[in-house]
Ligand binder design. Sequence first.
Ligand code: SF4
Length: 358
Amino acid sequence: MVTLNHKNNDEKSFGPEDEKDKKKVKAVALLSGGLDSSLAVRMMLDQGVDVEAIAIKTPFCDFDCGKGCGHKVKEVATELGIRLQTVYFGDEYLKMLKNPKYGYGSGMNPCIDCRGMMYNAAKKHMEKINADFIVTGEVLGQRPMSQNHRSFDIIENETNTQGKILRPLSAKHLPITEIEKEGLVNRKNLKNIKGRSRKIQLSLANKYEIIDPPNAAGGCLLTDPMFSKRVKDLYKHEKNVPTINDIELLKIGRHFRLNADCKLIVGRNESENFMVDSLYENSDWILYAKDYAGPVGLLRGENIETDEKLITISAKIILRYADVPKDKESVVKIKTKNFEYEISTVPFKDQEISSFRI
Ligand code: SF4
């Protein structure tokens, strides 16, 4: 740890007098690719801190979705000239989502538990590279669930990172950290941003000549009301923890809950039909209209083979979205791993479908 010779926090400058003895201050940044975390890193680089970043990918927030907070994170790290390590939370994230200790936000977003996992990953990297602290782009009052005094305290206590987290954008609204007390960074040059306005961040972006600063990210897919409905339905009916494959299916198609054990996913276009097909697992059933263009359906669940009614309902839903005559019977092809057959039925009308729609 670096020891510095300052009288008080507002007058601190860097370094022991003998520069040869000076160990460079090192931090691990939680980089999302959004504007706030980029600015936090730039502020640290300005203070001479050596920064390495980690970016977190979850099944609900990846770097390529074009809307999540991870958008362009690799390019951002390159622009910042810092090393980046990506960390993927897979099954352990899905397990946490079943019963997050601190609950959900307005959707199925377990922001406090999620941030806890992120802090833990950053802490692990901090210890690995012998860094002094963790830096984040969090702004007090910007996000209702995870960016307030109470949540900051909870997350630090849960991850045992008290005093090790620096939030440069809001630092002056927060208690002085060990990091500042020890003079690893100069509090005078930290900011006092609060709330949802991005005015100060945009002027900082201008100062740092960030061209085309990214729009504010609205959170991951779990904050989306429609998507959350699907996630909630899945977790309610799945006896075990859902799989990554289950989650990938939630991202495409129309979803229908047929009974407590079974649901149907119907592709909305050619590319979704292809994806439905590619997510097929051995116990799934595939359905499509035999002689007409239309969707591919995937039936997933238990005891499907013993419930003829389930197959008929699924076939009727498939025909509703296929280019078939609306009041005549058409053939639906049904395939499983072990056998295939056909049934003829008429399509459902819209009002008959609505009770199944998730
Ligand atoms: S919005 Fe919440 S749950 Fe989603 S990635 Fe951000 S902190 Fe995690």
